[in-house]
Write a protein that binds this ligand. Structure first.
Ligand code: PLP
Length: 390
């Protein structure tokens, strides 16, 4: 029996070594503090759970959902985009509910890429962009996200012959893992670029609501002409602490939205209706739960940035997202520094190299752990001795 090449081509699981070390620590009875995973620790707000509970009791919601979601859910998503971004969407042709943004991102590759095609993919980046590309038989052309460019890709650095062959460009702002943000001017530049080369622009935007100091990160669909070529992936996961419920949305160009709906209708049977109704409760309800989340994260961000600075680690305080992207000290690779933190302080961080070659030299720390654990992690990090590695 032989597995498909696409399975053999999957990169080895990045965190195997770290997972082994965590298991070893725990077996010794040592508590491990993890800044590893970006999964909100705060619970789903109560009014959303009430919506779910009520909807779950109705037999109509026990049956197969429609692939393209409840019409009233699509309408609610369009309403939110209009209130939040002043973007007008036709709920029947420009909105598609998803089983989480990740699902839509993975399936989008099948809509746009044939074997041998090229996708423009940020490095470092969320791994699904390149894995989806590989599953479709296509190749990723990496767009380096460099600190000196504010972690924005340099579009002029993409060779024109690659741009002419490319079918899709992936962007993600506010960014995971770097915490970078972009402004509308950058989106306008990206839209103009993609129009020139007839490239579909896919923007992954799950962190637009997790932003600090009153910042309101834009949607790519606010850019002039974006509806001609762009689709945006958004999610309830980070905004409303709903990672476990699996619900998100794709919005934008109707041809792209329709292609994704057709792929999905052949592979999945939609989002459980009670969860769609819970998501509607999230959009319709009091948004102060989002501001409360952001306040928690902002406090954690400030605590952690100060602690990292104290031990001499170079970090920029992120304006948005759930992540601190820290340069590792001189003499360490990402993996070596992550290993030192777990070995000597029982603290878990994610090596930047796991997000691509240009992530080397950094580690990512997530803000999604309870305050007492964060404080304990900070104490442990502060007690580390950071000599240059032998
Ligand atoms: C968390 C995350 C997602 C996944 O969102 P879901 O809706 O939970 O699938 C997508 N993209 C990025 C960059 C993320 O960090």
């Amino acid at each position: 029996m032989q597995l498909a090449k696409r399975i053999e081509q999957l990169p080895p699981y990045l965190f195997v070594e770290i997972s082994k070390k965590i298991a070893a620590k725990r077996a010794q009875g040592i508590s491990v503090v993890s800044f590893g995973i970006g999964d909100p620790d705060l619970p789903t707000p109560d009014h959303i759970l009430q919506g779910l509970w009520k909807a779950a009791q109705l037999p109509a919601n026990h049956r197969y959902p429609e692939s393209d979601g409840l019409p009233e859910f699509r309408k609610a998503i369009a309403g939110w985009y209009s209130r939040r971004f002043a973007v007008t969407l036709n709920p029947d042709t420009e909105v598609l509910p998803l089983i989480g943004a990740k699902e839509g991102i993975g399936h989008m590759a099948l809509c746009l890429l044939d074997p041998g095609d090229i996708a423009l993919v940020p490095d470092p980046g969320y791994p699904v962009y390149s894995i989806g590309t590989m599953f479709a038989g296509a190749t990723s052309h990496w767009m380096p996200l460099l600190e000196e460019n504010g972690y924005l890709p340099d579009l002029d650095a993409i060779p024109p012959d690659i741009a002419r062959k490319a079918k899709v460009m992936w962007l993600n702002y506010p960014n995971n893992p770097t915490g970078a943000v972009c402004d509308l001017a950058f989106f306008e530049k990206a839209v103009a670029y993609c129009k020139k080369y007839e490239i579909a622009l896919c923007h992954d935007a799950p962190y637009t609501e997790i932003a600090y100091g009153g910042l309101r990160p834009p949607s790519v669909l606010q850019a002039r002409g974006a509806m001609d070529i762009a689709i945006e992936f958004h999610s309830f996961s980070k905004t409303y602490n709903m990672t476990g419920w699996r619900v998100g949305m794709a919005v934008g160009n109707p041809k792209l939205v329709n292609a994704l709906m057709r792929v999905k209708s052949n592979l999945d049977s939609g989002i459980p209706q009670a969860i769609q109704l819970a998501a509607m409760a999230a959009l319709a309800g009091d948004q102060s739960c989002v501001a409360d989340n952001v306040r928690h994260y902002q406090h954690r961000r400030d605590t952690l940035v100060a602690a990292l600075a104290q031990i001499g680690l170079k970090v920029l305080s992120p304006k948005a997202s759930l992540y601190i992207w820290a340069r590792v000290p001189q003499g360490y690779t990402s993996a070596a520094f992550a290993a030192k933190l777990i070995d000597e302080a029982a603290v878990v961080v994610t090596p930047g190299s796991g997000y691509g070659r240009y992530g080397e030299g950094y580690v990512r720390l997530s803000l999604t752990l309870p305050d007492d654990q964060l404080q304990e992690g900070v104490r442990r990090i502060a007690s580390l001795k950071l000599g240059t590695q032998a």
